[in-house]
Design a protein around this ligand. Structure first.
Ligand SMILES: [Zn+2]
Ligand SMILES: [Zn+2]
Length: 182
């Protein structure tokens, strides 16, 4: 997942990538820790344009991902699609102690530094994948979620909890807190 500047003939290159999850190590962490499971292939389309030493990338990604609904906790599949833009700039070698400063500067400007005429795409593409994952995944707009009292999936069945007076659990919790603070 790297490109050499010399591949950009006439300063322009269109490139498509069809990748596996193993190309992006963070994705397996996401699967383990956040129940976000990317399906293969992960598809990228990039258009790179070089102006001087700056390389601008217009990209899009599409991938299917298995998520867990935040309301009913059921797994579901969602198609992700996102457009993004990246700017690569050559890293100008500086004093050792200025390295941190350079990184901060790059973050502020939204630049990705490259060195030795090679653009490393893995990290920035991985970041785009992660950013395309919805923060509060929901299986459907009308998802009713789980009953907080008895755990019934309200998309599938009704329960009678809502009819009970509101609500013993919170009362008990409040008592507990008073107890503790004594
Ligand atoms: Zn749901
Ligand atoms: Zn219930």
């Amino acid at each position: 997942m790297r490109l050499e500047l010399k591949d950009l003939k006439e300063g322009l290159l269109e490139q498509e990538y069809s990748c596996g999850s193993k190309d992006f190590p963070v994705l397996s962490e996401l699967a383990d820790e956040a129940d976000v499971r990317f399906r293969e292939p992960l598809y990228f389309k990039l258009r790179l344009q070089k102006t001087g030493q700056i390389v601008e990338v217009d990209g899009s990604l599409s991938a299917a991902v298995g998520l867990k609904c935040g309301r009913c906790l059921q797994p579901f599949e969602q198609q992700l699609a996102a457009d993004f833009a990246l700017t690569f700039s050559p890293l100008v070698e500086r004093e050792e102690d200025a390295a941190e400063e350079v990184e901060l500067e790059a973050d502020e400007l939204g630049l990705i530094y490259y060195r030795d005429e090679i653009l490393e795409l893995r990290e920035p593409l991985q970041e785009q994948l992660i950013m395309s994952v919805p923060i509060g995944p929901c299986c459907q707009e009308k998802c009713q979620g789980l009953c907080p009292e008895c755990g019934t999936d309200l998309n599938k069945a009704k329960c009678t909890c809502a009819k009970k007076p509101f609500n013993n659990k919170f009362g008990a919790l409040a008592d507990l807190k008073v107890e503790k603070s004594k």
